[in-house]
Ligand binder design. Structure first.
Ligand code: ATP
Ligand code: ATP
Ligand code: MG
Ligand code: MG
Length: 874
């Protein structure tokens, strides 16, 4: 067995609209192609021994043990690899269940599709599954140690990929509200929403968090001063830089007990509390000073009481947790060391911030503390006796949290909200030391120790005791107040031909609504009137660029088959999905061999339209109009025929459509007929002579109309959109060169040749074609191009692309020539492989009134050749 190729899908795709995270292995079974599982001695036994939990896979039979039954009866190795890849991930804590296995056109080669939660882990599971199956085929078993190693690696990949606990809580709330999110490439930032409506978070900082508030909160002394000025109770204290200031400082704050901590610390590092003597103070000073970047140390009075964390979001208190420092409780038998070990066995305790709780670790602080309580690690505390291991209550040093949200006194709520406003933060955690949070702070001589920017959420979302609180909801309410959008409208366009033209036209119409339109095409990515990036930008990365852009108000995305197959769509749903046509092109690529399969690829664009959005479908193309059956969204049809039956049925039920009738482009809405424009008034249709351009105009107009754009705006946009070399380079660009004309067009498959032919046939003079196509098409495709050229043109020059995409030079041209000769209407032709020479020969020999049609590899080069012949514009 050999993996030929691995694809990672990240959005709605050919295999599934809903299951967006899939790995696809192209797997060559090699010698196992002819050996179903029941013919491999010992395979069933080896597999069930290695992975007994496969019994849980129902598979086609639909009951427990169903899959194993298939293995016993005989199934192919691709199918088994799929199930093993799913099971390995599940065993490593990533529960996944979706999979498919399909044969490809190459014998013995399968597509194995399975879900993942983390893509690296998914790909790893695929490789491991192949290894495991191979080993069982060859040796009858897969060693337990290897399996353990695989699972360990998978668990690590999963842990590495996981979001931090606070981010995770926020992202889950976003998902629950149907707010899209994506990771940005730097600083662990997450984007919520799209385009102009996007917001950002980084852990619990938001793009609304002000830098002044954060800096003030990070400066503990500054915070205390500002709060004290506002009459808010804070610890009495001072800041020192050198040890010889310590004695005076102690006097100044009123003697022992004391707390010493770094001026700029966090997570409880370098803090000693309840310092009762000068000796202790000196040690505490060293700790604090070395934990501080500025070597400055806070000396303050120690306040009796428990640690409370109060979370305030957008001006409102949302949760209160009491934090209890790391400790163990004696059972009368175990030593402290054993009790710690026992506590750390809790699966909720992880490393650092990566789980609900953190494992307790023993450091010098803990040893000192034990010493003061009269213990060592080997002491055996009495049953029920609490033995403290940390002085500070941070969860990250092993503490636990108890929810106290319902207990806090109203005056303390008022105070906390005032504190956070005073510091100036949108999301803040206040540390309060008090013996009783249900009484006003001033009655209990309690203090606010500090205010934290970017407070952790896990103690509130998953307290060790008490009710979990949804603290992410108020954050989302703040970022996206009820009724405010998080998404921008998305128009996705696909089809075999006309995508770029229709995308550009749709973008042009949407610009007429006064909005900033971001759009992607085969020529490049654009925002407003500017090019962001040139090149073929019809895949998910380019779409993502648009959706990440903070100025974009509307996205119009050419969505080509390549990107859909390679990684799926970049978005989970669209507002308008346009499918122009499905024709035989790109067949044989990406394991898509039939036009029906290709229709299914393109249908992804229609199937991802949101329920109240519209799929705009070509009623003249049966493969496209048939897509309507499976759609849950609204449908609107366009057609070049006034009496198209699909349209008739649709509008008789009140549906919306766009048709071409007697030289007019019309919108139909139930019984109503509204004129968009006459075709001759739309420059891109070349005076109404290019039927496929009329079809593209219908599709774009309809897409805009169903989205609520007025007919006036659509009309105005159509009248200013030209098939000029500047607005749509390479799409029906017509030039008058002295007494003859030249057309540059990008037709490169049979369907677009035919469409082009409909226009060329209308030309009164001689018609000369300069033709060729990309080398990765099939031989028969080139033949067909030749045949069609012979039908369309009076004379043909066959040329080739510079990039033959793997074909021997001259091969594609020969196939085209064969096609010309095969035609019922064979025409004169010659082969000039070099495109520049071919174009120049055609132009040099063009008679009066003739039309030279150039189908170039690179549009810009052909444009230059023509422009050099244009009469100078002065
Ligand atoms: P974190 O980052 O977790 O908030 P930190 O390193 O910023 O911690 P502080 O919040 O200033 O440190 O102090 C940590 C804990 O030490 C407090 O939550 C409180 O329990 C205790 N503490 C700090 N100062 C005092 C004080 N003056 N009196 C009593 N306890 C104190
Ligand atoms: P690509 O797959 O290369 O991105 P595309 O789908 O974006 O192509 P366009 O670039 O708009 O299509 O047009 C390419 C060529 O296809 C045009 O120059 C024209 O010859 C032909 N064409 C355009 N629209 C249609 C249509 N609706 N039906 C058939 N052919 C068309
Ligand atoms: Mg603190
Ligand atoms: Mg295109």
């Amino acid at each position: 067995m050999k993996i030929l190729r691995t694809l990672t899908l990240r959005g709605p795709n050919y295999w599934s609209i809903r299951r967006t995270q899939l790995v696809i292995l192209r797997l060559d079974l090699e010698d196992l192609a002819e050996r179903p599982s029941n013919t491999i001695p010992g395979f069933y036994e080896g597999l069930t021994q290695a992975l007994p939990s496969l019994v849980e896979h129902y598979c086609a039979p639909g009951y427990r043990g169903g899959f194993l039954q298939r293995v016993q009866e005989g199934t192919y190795m691709g199918h088994i690899v799929e199930h093993v890849a799913l099971e390995l991930q599940t065993l490593a804590g990533m529960s996944v269940g979706f999979g498919r296995t399909r044969q490809t056109a190459d014998s013995g080669v399968y597509q194995v599709v399975f879900a993942y939660l983390d893509e690296k882990a998914g790909r790893y599971a695929g490789r491991a599954a192949v290894r495991l199956c191979q080993s069982i085929v060859e040796t009858g078993s897969y060693s337990l140690s290897e399996l353990e190693q695989d699972l360990q690696d998978l668990r690590e990949l999963w842990a590495d990929a996981a979001l931090g606990p606070s981010t995770d809580v926020l992202v889950k709330e976003a998902e629950a509200r149907n707010i899209p999110w994506m990771r940005l490439s730097a600083r662990f930032m997450i984007q919520l929403g799209y385009g102009v409506h996007q917001k950002r978070i980084q852990a619990t900082l938001s793009n609304l968090t002000g830098i002044l508030g954060v800096e003030l909160a990070c400066d503990k002394e500054g915070t205390k001063k500002i709060l004290r000025d506002a009459g808010i109770p804070v610890p009495r204290g001072t800041v020192i830089e050198y040890l010889d200031e310590l004695e005076d400082a102690i006097d100044e704050v009123g003697g022992y007990p004391l707390v010493l901590k770094p001026l700029d610390g966090n997570h409880g590092r370098g803090i000693t509390i309840n310092v009762k003597s000068y000796e202790e103070a000196e040690l505490a000073y060293d700790d604090a000073s070395s934990a501080s970047k500025t070597r400055r140390v806070i000396v303050e009075r120690y306040y009796e009481g428990n640690d409370h964390r109060v979370l305030v979001v957008n001006g409102k208190l949302v949760a209160v947790a009491e934090r209890v420092p790391a400790h163990v409780v004696g059972d009368g038998k175990s030593t402290i060391a054993e009790l710690i070990e026992e506590t750390n066995r809790d699966p909720n305790r992880g490393q650092g911030h990566d789980n609900i709780l953190t494992r307790i670790e023993i450091d010098r602080n803990s040893m000192n503390l034990l010493d003061r309580q009269g213990y060592t690690l080997d002491s055996v505390p009495r049953k029920g006796e609490r033995c403290m291991l940390r002085a500070t209550a941070n969860l990250s040093t092993g503490g636990i949290a108890i929810d106290r949200t319902d207990e806090i006194h109203p005056e303390n709520i008022w105070l906390a909200e005032r504190v956070v406003k005073t510091i100036g933060l949108d999301i803040a955690g206040i540390d309060i030391v008090t013996s009783d949070i249900s009484r006003p702070l001033r009655e209990t001589d309690s203090v606010i120790v500090e205010v934290n920017a970017a407070p952790g959420f896990r103690m509130h979302a998953a307290p060790s005791h008490g009710l979990p609180r949804n603290i992410a909801a108020p954050v989302m309410d703040m970022l996206f107040p009820p009724g405010k959008p998080s998404r921008v409208p998305i128009f996705a366009l696909t089809g075999t031909n006309g995508k770029t033209t229709t995308t550009r036209l749709t973008a042009h119409i949407m610009k007429h609504t006064g909005k900033v339109v971001g759009y992607t095409t085969t020529d490049g990515t654009y925002i407003g009137n500017y090019l962001v990036e040139s090149g073929d930008n019809t895949g998910p990365q380019s779409a993502e660029l648009i959706l990440k852009d903070p100025t974009v108000e509307i996205a119009v995305l050419e969505t080509a088959r390549g990107g859909i197959l390679r990684s799926g769509l970049a978005f989970d749903c669209s507002d308008v999905g346009v499918v122009l046509n499905v024709a035989a092109d790109h067949l044989g690529l990406g394991d898509i061999n039939t036009i029906e399969q290709m229709a299914q690829v393109k249908a992804v664009v229609a199937e991802t339209v949101k329920p109240d959005g519209y799929a705009v479908l070509n009623a003249d193309d049966p493969l496209v109009s048939a897509m309507a059956e499976r759609l849950k969204c609204n449908v609107a049809y366009f057609s070049m025929e006034a009496d198209n039956q699909v349209v008739k049925r649709h509008t008789s039920k009140g549906g919306i459509a766009a048709i071409y009738e007697n030289g007019d482009l019309l919108i139909l809405k139930g019984e109503w007929k509204m004129r968009i424009s006459k075709a001759v008034e739309i420059p891109m249709t070349l005076k109404g002579m290019a039927p496929f351009m009329i079809a593209n105009a219908l599709a774009a107009s309809l897409a805009a109309f169903v989205h609520g754009v007025s007919l006036d705006q659509i009309r105005a946009a159509l009248s200013t959109f030209e098939a000029s070399s500047s607005q749509t380079p390479g799409r029906m660009n017509l030039f008058e060169i002295g007494d003859y004309s030249a057309l540059i067009d990008y037709a490169h498959n049979a369907h677009s040749y035919k469409a082009l032919g409909e226009f060329v046939k209308n030309w009164p003079g001689e018609r000369i074609g300069v033709v060729g196509g990309p080398g990765d098409r099939r031989d028969e495709d080139f033949m067909l191009l030749g045949e069609l050229s012979a039908e369309i043109f009076d004379r043909v020059i066959v040329k080739e692309d510079d990039d033959t995409r793997g074909r021997p030079r001259g091969d594609a041209a020969d196939w085209i020539a064969k096609g010309i000769e095969k035609s019922d209407r064979p025409c004169k032709y010659e082969i000039i492989l070099n495109e520049t020479d071919a174009v120049n020969t055609a132009l040099d020999s063009a008679p009066k009134e003739s039309l030279v049609v150039i189908l170039p590899e690179t549009v810009s080069r052909a444009l230059r050749l023509i422009e050099s012949r244009l009469p100078s514009k002065n």
